[in-house]
Design a binder for this molecule. Structure first.
Ligand code: COA
Length: 191
């Protein structure tokens, strides 16, 4: 029997003071539907707001296929206080050859403005540098989505520039702002 080698350590549970980042299970479908049905949550992401719980089940099936292929997420974001799944985050792209990954995330509207996504992103960045052995993590947000840019800044990422019409989503091109953090940045910040 051969032992399967994991490149990205199979989406392990990651804890923060207020959150548990963990794999989705089908039992999470109603929680996912609750946040993903909100047009405001889906406004600046590439996916459409969920129209039924079936969309949430499809999303979880997709996430579970990704666990099977060890592609760096998506983690469900569980709020410790009530045990509910309130969002997701993970790698939308991973380049082994460059040790580089691109992250994406979304949170239930009910929980915005409490610093929760910053807390989750910081934990994922630490995991990615310390355990996945990545060297660079980047992220983009459409220019209008300033709250997302704020999360990137608060997580220690550096603004790298405006990419014109870099993203095609929902029938149009969007200008995006790109941020990144390097392993060296993290080492410098704790010195
Ligand atoms: C973007 C998102 C993840 C932020 O999550 P969050 O947990 O509310 O983020 P945080 O509380 O950690 O930080 C948000 C910051 O943005 C600020 N902010 C909120 N709305 C803002 C706006 N319209 N303009 C500028 N800043 C804004 C908040 O004040 C906060 O900063 P502060 O801590 O200095 O006060 C959340 O709004 C979300 O899920 N949006 C929908 C999905 C999405 O857009 N995902 C990102 C795709 S790139």
């Amino acid at each position: 029997m051969s032992i399967r080698k994991s490149k990205y350590l199979e989406t392990p549970l990651l804890a923060t003071p207020r959150l548990i980042l963990r794999k989705f299970t089908l039992d999470d479908a109603m929680d996912v539907y609750e946040y993903a049905k909100e047009p405001e949550v889906a406004k600046y992401v590439t996916w459409e707001a969920h129209k039924s719980i079936g969309d949430a089940v499809s999303f979880i099936n997709w996430a579970q296929d990704r666990y099977a292929s060890d592609s760096g997420g998506d983690w469900g974001i569980e709020y410790r206080e009530n045990g509910r799944i309130i969002g997701s985050l993970g790698f939308v792209n991973l380049e082994t050859v460059n040790s580089c990954g691109t992250i994406g995330y979304a949170l239930s509207k009910e929980y915005w403005g409490k610093g929760l996504m910053t807390e989750a992103v910081k934990r994922l960045i630490r995991f990615a540098f310390e355990e996945m052995k990545l060297n660079r993590i980047d992220a983009v947000h459409v220019c209008e989505n300033e709250a997302s840019g704020k999360v990137m800044q608060k997580a220690g990422m550096t603004y790298e520039g405006l990419l014109r019409q870099r993203l095609y989503s929902k029938g149009r091109y969007w200008d995006v702002k790109q941020y990144a953090i390097l392993k060296d940045d993290l080492i410098q910040s704790v010195k």
